[in-house]
Design a protein around this ligand. Structure first.
Ligand code: ATP
Length: 300
């Protein structure tokens, strides 16, 4: 488990990270989403022990991470500006990582390179940006670490490759309970892979939720009633996040289980009612609107 409590980091006058606390459970995929400059990379760099926090604590499996080799062996970090040795080939990087990570799977590295159609013997500095990203992902997966930190890893990959990488991640999670922390400025990118999303804004966490819980606890219903109704009295005692009315058609987003919402609507004799699926984007918009933020400006 990774546990960070009240992390703060300041660069001169810039408060890059301000009192951030996160708990990342084993086997989970934690998405860190936020605009440019929100503090995502700074948090990941602190979690990896590259930067030292000004205050707060970070524990990976109970160990401090800064300058602690035992803790660092537990994870692989794919940074947004990946580093490879000058003039190195993928084969050189494989040799290097085999020394750093005791469980590095060299056989798998070779077979994944073939699968991704990358040449192990070609100089990495002749690779395209996307090819370098693919190589980093292959190195990260083959390191066989318990945790993997990814900073904008899907950026720069074409849509087919993005899906391929996501399914490799999903397989690692189901087969060996790998835990991933993925930073992205795009919420849509995280929707199909994350279990938990933290929304970062100006160095602080605005919202941090389990996607499963979120999807179970907010619903959108579309309905038409026979007579004039007072929506607020139908939903009395529960929080209505949004009401949209077009003629006699209401679209209501409210907190509650599917059952609870259906029951309330049914009591008012609707002509028609249907629960509609909510995207992660809509959930975030609803959740942050109620605390006074226009999330569309922050992440879309
Ligand atoms: N080494 C540094 N020196 C000075 N300021 C820094 C440094 N690293 C980050 N910052 C500042 O800290 C803030 C957060 O930066 P960070 O790179 O963590 O954001 P981010 O959310 O990862 O952004 P992006 O999506 O653009 O990569 C920014 O204002 C940035 O200018």
């Amino acid at each position: 488990m990774i546990e960070a409590v009240n992390l703060c980091k300041q660069f001169d006058k810039i408060k890059a990270v301000d009192q951030v606390s996160v708990m990342i459970r084993e086997g989970n995929v934690f998405g860190l989403v936020g605009t440019n400059g929100a503090g995502k990379s700074t948090i990941i760099r602190m979690l990896c022990g590259i930067l030292r926090q000004d205050s707060g604590t970070i524990k990976i499996d109970g160990m401090e991470v800064y300058e602690n080799i035992d803790a660092k062996k537990l994870f692989f970090y794919i940074s947004d500006d990946q580093y490879f040795f000058a003039n190195a080939t993928p084969k050189d990087m494989k040799k290097y990582y085999s020394v750093v990570y005791p469980d590095f799977d060299s056989g798998r590295f070779t077979s994944m390179m073939k699968q991704f159609d990358l040449d192990e013997n070609r100089k990495i500095n002749t690779f395209s940006k996307g090819m370098k990203k693919q190589l980093s992902v292959i190195c990260g997966i083959c390191a066989n670490t318990k945790y993997i930190f990814c900073d904008e890893t899907f950026d720069g990959l074409d849509p087919v490759m993005r899906q391929a990488v996501k399914s490799i991640f999903a397989k690692e999670m189901s087969e060996r309970n790998m835990t991933a922390i993925i930073a992205s400025h795009n919420l849509r990118e995280l929707e199909d892979i994350c279990d938990h999303v933290g929304l970062l804004h100006r160095g602080g966490i605005l919202l941090s939720k389990d996607l499963y819980d979120m999807k179970l606890s907010i619903h959108k219903v579309q309905c038409v009633f026979q007579n004039e109704v007072d929506i607020n009295s139908i939903f009395e005692g529960t929080e209505v996040l949004k009401i949209d009315q077009r003629g006699s058609l209401y679209t209501i987003t409210a907190r509650g289980t599917e059952e609870e919402i259906h029951d309330r609507i049914r009591m008012s004799n609707p002509v028609f009612s249907e629960i509609l699926p909510l995207t992660l984007e809509e959930i975030f918009i609803s959740e942050t609107e109620v605390v006074g933020y226009d999330v569309k400006k922050l992440i879309f």
